[in-house]
Design a protein around this ligand. Structure first.
Ligand SMILES: Nc1nc2c(ncn2[C@@H]2O[C@H](COP(=O)(O)OP(=O)(O)O)[C@@H](O)[C@H]2O)c(=O)[nH]1
Ligand SMILES: [Mg+2]
Length: 348
């Protein structure tokens, strides 16, 4: 049976060591402090160091304690400040900016966003989460998988995001069939067809056969409004390290194809609540968690997508009500995607 957790708080470390008195950051450089900790650890193995409070050092000391606490409690290391600035009070401003967004090209009524990525990464749940934000309730319109081995999505379907009072946002999000480890349930040429606007909304995938240009469902001369304007890869933070080279390779082929056509790309990193317990506890920790930044960097390296195009979110996956902080992260990601897509359709 696990015993009651025990901690030693070592106080007055500034009085004890002049080096620490000069600068708190020296705490783990000081040999004196280390020796003292060794003495304590004969009794216990969890030690928190505390500097005697001086009013002008309260903030620094508090952040030091909070960081130690997070490391001890969640196993999560934190940056002293958010490394990417987020205004958590900006929800209604973000919602308004998306509601009133107008594509810069009059021939494009709705920006076409294509979601792509491994089965179970959270593509369908991401669409449900965006629908939820604008309806202020958790929506489950798109079928999401309970277990994530095979794709629930068998049809190429575009979703509009309802919002009041204007009706829908000026973008359509297409849920593409999920990438599977072994056998693919769609032909790779169908992805190329989707990027170029040849696939009709509602098209049903066939594993070994792409939509032929002779098929009457094939859109022969897609208008600018029918092409894909942004390719969004959806990846789970929880499994970014576990993705096989084969899956990464297929995602990179899609990204290269988009690149060839000049279509911008973005990555939605989901399941950050599973990747870092401190983020599950409080969404606002997302840009302070070193774990999440490392996941984003890994994603950036493996997919060769810049960090500026990677957006970590938490999807509504078990909640029954929406909340401000989760909404803000989802809205920030959607706003950036809308801007990337709009840059593509903008007439020079
Ligand atoms: N904890 C957590 N679970 C998620 C998140 N996003 C999706 N899920 C769950 O992951 C599973 C697969 O999601 P789904 O949207 O069907 O993946 P898809 O195959 O990419 O469409 C579902 O059980 C979701 O509830 C997230 O951000 N956090
Ligand atoms: Mg799906």
């Amino acid at each position: 049976m696990a015993g009651i957790s025990q901690v030693i708080i070592v106080t007055k470390i500034d009085e004890f060591c002049p080096l620490v008195n000069k600068d708190l950051k020296n705490v783990y450089k000081s040999k004196k402090i280390k020796d003292k900790m060794k003495e304590c650890s004969d009794f216990l193995n969890t030690i928190l160091l505390l500097k005697k409070f001086h009013i002008h050092q309260v903030k620094e000391t508090m952040s030091f304690i909070v960081n130690k606490w997070n490391k001890w409690w969640y196993g999560a290391e934190f940056f002293p400040n958010d490394w990417r600035a987020v205004n958590w009070d900006s929800k209604s401003k973000l919602e308004d900016s998306l509601r009133t967004f107008t594509p810069s090209n009059p021939d494009v009524k709705k920006l076409q966003i294509l979601l792509y990525g491994p089965v179970g990464a959270g593509k369908s749940t991401f669409i449900n989460s965006l629908l939820s934000v604008f309806q202020n309730r958790v929506v489950s319109k798109v079928k999401a998988a309970a277990a994530s081995s095979t794709s629930c999505t068998k049809t190429y379907k575009g979703f509009d995001i309802k919002c009041s009072p204007s009706g829908t946002l000026p973008l359509t999000i297409f849920d593409f069939m999920g990438l599977e480890e072994s056998t693919e349930k769609f032909h790779p040429d169908d992805l190329k067809n989707a990027l170029r606007g040849h696939l009709p909304n509602g098209y049903e995938f066939t594993p070994d056969k792409p939509l032929s240009s002779n098929d009457n469902r094939y859109i022969k001369n897609p208008s600018e409004g029918e092409e894909t304007h942004c390719l969004v890869c959806v990846v789970s933070a929880n499994s970014v390290s576990l993705m096989t080279d084969a899956v990464i390779g297929r995602m990179k082929i899609a990204l290269e194809e988009a690149n060839k056509l000049g279509i911008p790309e973005a990555v939605i990193l989901t399941m950050n609540d599973q990747a870092c317990p401190a983020v599950k506890y409080d969404v606002k920790n997302i840009y302070r968690s070193k774990t999440i930044k490392a996941k984003m960097e890994e994603c950036s390296n493996r997919l060769q997508v810049p960090m500026t195009c990677i957006f970590p979110v938490i999807n509504y996956h078990e909640e029954i009500t929406t909340n401000n902080d989760t909404d803000v992260l989802l809205l920030l990601a959607l706003k950036q995607i809308a801007h990337l897509a709009n840059d593509y359709v903008e007439i020079a």
